[in-house]
Write a protein that binds this ligand. Structure first.
Ligand SMILES: Nc1ncnc2c1ncn2[C@@H]1O[C@H](COP(=O)(O)OP(=O)(O)OP(=O)(O)O)[C@@H](O)[C@H]1O
Ligand SMILES: [Mg+2]
Length: 324
């Protein structure tokens, strides 16, 4: 077990040496969608699965849900084989493109989800109402699903995933198709699940949301784990880069800064304000001295913090990304 999986709670999801090769076309050409992926999700954690299009996120989640068979390796849920019905009963799943029967209403579809998950008959109506309220589809509860917008369909799928009060939520791109308010609502909903002691594994392309929500991330690329770890360790403040903001900067300030060479990069110049990115303490001191000597003021000097997006782009470039 890698250090970043240091247990908070017991492992709920264990993916070990997972490989999946699809056979496509008449000639059964092999497509290696997942090539030896391993990671763990512990009880009470929120873990984000990210990676470029086609990197194997959905395939990994499908194997986890027992929806497709692995070519090698495998997945365990709650300590049981992922194909074991007892394990799957504790999981709420939102597929990438939720298939919702077009002639049902959201209320009927969510109720169907509750029946399939064997929710107690006496509690079913209350659970359906709760799930609809949490996902904000109450107002469209009795429309035909076929007439709903993409975002409303997504919310219907999410409500169906939640209705049985699962211990583990597996969400394949839960923010997809949602407006900014909808995204915020889904974020709050995922946080609320954690507060309730639930475990969440979700895939997303919205890196800001992943950064805001997750304890850990797993970055896939071409079917392999490129990086995985605790977000605050992966995107810790840079020890060497500082963002320096100068005010009342003149042409002389600009020239003095330019003379510092490669250690100093101009990020933005608006009016008499300059924002610089400076590598190393020595260059920072020199920049401040020169700026002050030309009459500029130092408005801020802030250690530059990487974002998950910076990390993602850097890793993709480092590994020589062409198409995913
Ligand atoms: N049913 C299938 N048959 C054949 N190839 C498939 C099938 N499903 C996925 N693939 C291929 O497997 C690879 C991984 O696909 P997957 O859908 O798991 O990626 P993803 O990371 O979820 O991508 P996205 O971000 O676009 O959702 C891709 O090359 C894809 O074309
Ligand atoms: Mg996908």
């Amino acid at each position: 077990m890698s250090p970043d999986t240091a247990a908070q709670g017991r492992p709920i999801v264990e993916i070990e040496g997972l490989r999946k090769t699809y056979r496509v076309g008449f000639l059964m050409r092999p497509v290696e969608a997942v090539r030896g992926v391993s990671f763990t999700v512990n009880e009470g954690e929120i873990v984000g699965l990210i990676g470029p299009n086609g990197s194997g996120k959905t395939t990994t989640l499908k194997v986890l849900l027992g929806l497709c068979a692995p070519s090698a390796g495998g997945a365990r849920l709650f300590g049981l084989d992922a194909r074991d019905r007892r394990a799957r009963e504790k999981v709420g799943f939102l597929p990438e493109n939720p298939y919702v029967y077009p002639y049902l209403t959201p209320r009927e579809f969510i109720d169907l989800g509750a029946r399939l998950s064997s929710v107690d008959a006496g509690q079913r109506q209350r659970r359906v109402e709760e799930a609809m309220a949490r996902t904000g589809i109450g107002w469209a509860a009795d429309r035909r699903v076929g007439s709903l917008s993409k975002g409303m369909l997504q919310r219907t799928g999410l409500a169906a995933a939640l209705v049985a009060d699962p211990q583990l939520l597996v969400l394949d791109e839960p923010m997809s198709g949602l407006d900014p308010l909808g995204r915020r609502e889904v974020r709050d909903l995922i946080f609320e699940e954690r507060r309730l002691g639930r475990t969440v594994l979700f895939s997303s392309h919205v890196l800001g949301d992943v950064e805001a929500l997750c304890d850990r991330v797993v970055i896939l690329r071409k079917g392999q784990v490129l990086v995985s770890g605790v977000i605050r360790d992966l995107v810790r403040p840079s020890a060497t880069l500082t963002e320096l903001t100068l005010r009342a900067a003149s042409e002389a300030t600009r020239a003095a800064i330019d003379a510092l060479g490669e250690s100093t990069r101009l990020v933005r110049a608006v009016g008499d304000e300059l924002v610089l990115e400076i590598a190393g303490d020595e260059a920072l001191h020199q920049a401040i001295e020169r700026a002050l000597s030309t009459g500029a003021r130092v408005a801020a000097a802030v250690p530059k913090k990487d974002t998950l997006e910076d990390l993602f782009v850097r890793q993709a470039l480092k590994s020589g990304d062409e198409a995913a």
